[in-house]
Write a protein that binds this ligand. Structure first.
Ligand SMILES: [Fe+2]
Length: 334
């Protein structure tokens, strides 16, 4: 199947005939979050970008297509997804001084197989009227008795919580991480259910006082007529590890082994870490640019400053199997 055919078949966006070869992207991100930055790239270079939205099974699809894949690049969120695609053997390393200069070492593959483009912090949403300013400062504290019956979260087996637990393992080791997960579970106000925003709704409804969530959902809730009230019931707290910073994850990009339009794809990758693109792309989903010195949107800046944890995300991904095992051992979602 050609990329054009895929475009016709799927929920994707087609472009007018370009002057140069197109860049084809498989993305698990909503096309609306990506389209504006691609439009800016096309305006600057004349290179069109075709986005194919792939909801799930991205690694399997790339493996099935092999060297005939029309896709040049993959864009997805969460280190687990990036690692899964890399582990499927469908990604080639990209040597680029522009990319390695722009993306901090902790936010890219040591083998140049994937590069973070934006970050999101996994933070605590705290009830404005029931949680004092300094009541929660560390992730470790989430396991302490004072939070008994006060915490809401989505499933422990969700990628976002597995990455957080992987960071706990990186800092405390597996034994203490198991105690931590058991302690947080004991403090839950209800069995894990729903997404990150559903936990904020539960705080708004008085069912719990704090929840785990990613930063950008604050922006999404504030821009949703029904959810703005939930958002206004909470504030963002950036917990840190006792010996570290605030846990962050990435959205990222990787080049396929097949990459039929390699030169154009590399040009796009390098464009995506330029100050202009970083600003547009981060603002679209209320995320943080990976490039230092790029100003935050007023809304994102209003949440306050934080120090990102310095655990390398590739190392973090290595703890995922242990994190999965621990979540099951403590029956976090049961
Ligand atoms: Fe998300």
């Amino acid at each position: 199947m050609t990329f054009r055919a895929l475009l016709l078949a799927g929920t994707c966006v087609a472009f007018a005939a370009p002057a140069l070869a197109d860049v084809n992207i498989y993305t698990t991100r909503q096309p609306a979050l990506i389209q504006p930055v691609m439009d800016a790239f096309t305006a600057e270079t004349g290179i069109a970008v075709n986005l194919a939205y792939v909801d799930s099974g991205l690694a399997e699809r790339l493996r099935a297509e092999g060297n005939r894949s029309p896709a040049d690049l993959v864009m997805t969120v969460d280190i687990a997804n990036l690692k899964q695609i890399v582990d499927a053997g469908v990604i080639q390393p990209v040597e680029s001084n522009v990319l390695t200069a722009a993306v901090p070492e902790t936010l890219r593959s040591p083998d140049n197989l994937w590069f973070g483009l934006t970050t999101r912090a996994r933070i605590v949403y705290a009830a404005r009227d029931r949680v004092a300013d300094d009541e929660i400062t560390t992730y470790e504290d989430l396991a302490s008795d004072k939070w008994q019956g006060r915490i809401c979260t989505r499933a422990g087996l969700h990628d976002y919580n597995l990455a957080l637990l992987s960071a706990v393992i990186a800092h405390l080791g597996e034994d203490k991480a198991r105690d931590w997960a058991a302690g947080v579970r004991k403090n839950l106000a209800r069995k894990p259910e729903g997404n990150d925003r559903a936990q904020v709704r539960a705080i708004w409804a008085g069912q719990c006082d704090i929840s785990l969530g990613n930063t950008y959902y604050m922006g999404e809730m504030l821009n949703n007529a029904e959810q703005a009230a939930w958002a206004n019931a909470v504030r963002i707290v950036f917990p840190t590890f006792e010996n570290g910073g605030t846990h962050v994850n990435v959205s990222g990009v990787a080049m396929t082994t097949a990459a039929p339009n390699r030169d154009q794809a590399l040009r796009l990758m390098e464009y995506l870490v330029s100050p202009e693109a970083q600003r547009i792309y981060a603002d679209l989903n209320y995320e943080y640019p990976v490039l230092q010195g790029v100003p935050l949107s007023d809304l994102v800046a209003s949440w306050g400053e934080f120090t990102p944890d310095d655990v390398n995300l590739d190392d973090l991904a290595g703890h995922r199997p242990a994190a999965l095992r621990i979540m099951e051992e403590v029956n976090f979602d049961g």
